[in-house]
Design a binder for this molecule. Structure first.
Ligand code: AMP
Ligand code: MG
Length: 506
């Protein structure tokens, strides 16, 4: 028998917030992907992924004896409409591990069969979408963006019925937690203040323990969650990531990116870019993500109000509403500041001059906006443009200029950037090659391009894992200049991108 060393605080401390359930049996388990580096980070012995039981373990046939599988309850606004009961319809939390850094991490299955929350669904997942979660999650991790991660994917040997019949798979996902905005909405919508309070206290203990003794701990939690989201969304924007389904049940309170369904990276810059086949109105388009994050945070804030003030005490309610409103209203500026911080690194600008902070902030934000407008009007590849900007810092603007049909407009903008560089950092400014190196650490050469992801997943679905393995290796080293010479850095043909659609992984 296997023991993972699980602790199960969620199951222990939050009765009423989940239902115990068991994974479905997989007829013919086969391990498709394993993440030994992550296993090591979690303190799991290598045999777990390499031993004879690995496929059975990660397909759900052989549970570690200390696992306590549960389906978590949550609600959520999906495309703006509220569903009071969603919950883990095809996922199971097995337990938590304390990793080598002392952080508590959830270990959960996705695609492991029906639960009491499955509604009409089969509880299953297909190989393609689960491997997609691996690829994009590992890409995000390599880019330094907070994300859940994949420990393993096992094919089940069972077909799942979607538009076509596909091979089934189970993903094992590692997350700082699976607490979501929707977790709070589930209990707030039912008026179950007792469980809501226990959930909030649990969340604080897990993610913001510094707030435990604070008299304003729930307001503090909102502030902390908003701060994490501001940084997360800014990082998404700075690599061209489009989550695709930012429902409130897919916004993690930990600040990790979670639920890689119809997500995709942008190619040519256009803030209206949306790939999801079901997002007809562009609610979750690239450029809408900040506004949606704010909207989701407002829904989160609403769930906290009953914990902050007694329903009978009107003045207290007014004070609580004012306090949360202030946090929500401050969110766009916090996100803009995080975005500008990232853009400065990508532009090779060290910092604002302290004596001139406000003016520098405004001028640098305008410089970044004008750059994005150039990319937009000339339909330039977002990733390559940022990356080749680094070469321009070394006096080699040709690769950048080659991306732009109208070079005069680019040259005029580059002259402004050069003026900005000239006065950057005062006497401690960077020389060209140091600046270029710093810029190359902020703008990747490789992102998970849609056509490459699709190619890898199609081959994997047909049983050939080689394209997947090679793409994964490329995505794990996104910063290397040499990668620019490989097919992993090249954009898709524009006709391909224009037609590209992603689907929720159901
Ligand atoms: P998602 O779009 O993956 O975030 O899922 C939204 C909701 O639908 C969650 O409650 C999921 O558990 C549920 N769900 C998605 N796919 C399935 C499925 N195949 N079977 C049962 N429930 C599902
Ligand atoms: Mg989800």
């Amino acid at each position: 028998m296997h023991r993972f060393g699980f602790d199960n605080t969620y199951a222990r401390e939050l009765p009423g917030a989940y239902v115990a359930a068991k994974p479905a049996a997989a007829p013919e388990p086969r391990l498709l992907f394993a993440n030994p580096a992550l296993a090591d980070e979690l303190g799991l012995p290598p045999e777990v992924l390499q031993g004879p039981d690995a496929a059975a373990l990660f397909a759900g046939n052989l549970l570690p004896e200390d696992a306590e599988p549960i389906a978590q309850a949550y609600a959520g606004h999906q495309f703006g409409g509220f569903s009071p009961q969603l919950g883990d319809g095809r996922a199971l939390l097995l337990g938590e591990l304390i990793d080598r850094a002392g952080q508590r991490r959830d270990i959960a299955f996705k695609g492991s069969g029906r639960t009491p929350f499955s509604r009409g669904g089969d509880g299953k997942a297909a190989v393609g979408p689960m491997l997609r979660e691996v690829l994009i999650g590992e890409a995000m991790h390599a880019l330094g963006i907070p994300t859940t991660r994949a420990l393993a994917v096992a094919a089940t040997g069972e077909p799942v019925r979607r538009e076509t019949v596909l091979p089934g798979a189970v993903l094992t996902r590692v997350a700082a937690s699976h607490l979501r905005v929707g977790s709070f909405q589930f209990f707030a919508a039912r008026g179950d203040l007792d469980t809501l309070r226990r959930l909030a206290n649990y969340t604080i203990a897990r993610h913001d323990p510094g707030l435990i003794d604070s008299p304003d701990c729930y307001l503090g939690l909102l502030r902390a969650v908003a701060g994490r989201q501001a940084h997360l969304i800014a990082q998404w924007l700075n690599v061209g990531f489009i989550h695709g389904v930012m429902n409130t049940d897919n916004m993690a309170l930990s600040g990790e990116t979670i639920d890689y369904g119809p997500c995709a990276f942008m190619e040519a810059y256009d803030p209206a870019t949306v790939f999801s086949s079901i997002d007809h109105a562009g609610r979750y388009a690239y450029g809408n993500q900040p506004a949606i994050a704010r909207w989701n945070l407002a829904r989160f804030a609403e769930t906290l109000l009953p914990l902050m003030a007694d329903a009978e005490d009107e003045p207290a309610i007014d004070r609580a509403v004012a306090a949360v409103t202030e946090v929500i209203d401050a969110f766009p500026a916090a996100l803009a500041a995080a975005l500008l911080g990232g853009q400065r690194r990508k532009l090779g600008i060290l910092a604002a001059t302290p004596a001139n902070q406000a003016a520098d902030d405004a001028a640098d934000a305008a410089l970044a906006d004008d750059w994005l407008t150039l990319l937009h009007t000339q339909a330039v590849d977002f990733t390559l443009a940022w990356r080749h900007l680094a070469s321009a810092a070394e006096g080699r603007p040709e690769p950048l200029r080659d991306l732009f049909p109208d070079r005069a407009a680019l040259d005029a903008w580059l002259a402004r950037l050069q003026q900005r560089w000239a006065r950057d950092g005062g006497d401690g400014g960077l020389d060209g090659s140091a600046r270029a190196e710093a810029m190359r650490r902020a703008s990747p050469a490789v992102i998970a391009r849609n056509h490459l992801v699709e190619e890898a997943l199609a081959a994997a679905t047909d049983g050939d894992m080689t394209p997947f393995d090679e793409l994964l290796a490329a995505l794990r080293s996104p910063w290397q200049e040499a990668a620019l010479q490989t097919r992993y850095a090249a954009p898709a043909a524009t006709e391909v991108t224009a037609r590209y659609r992603t689907f929720c992984g159901t």
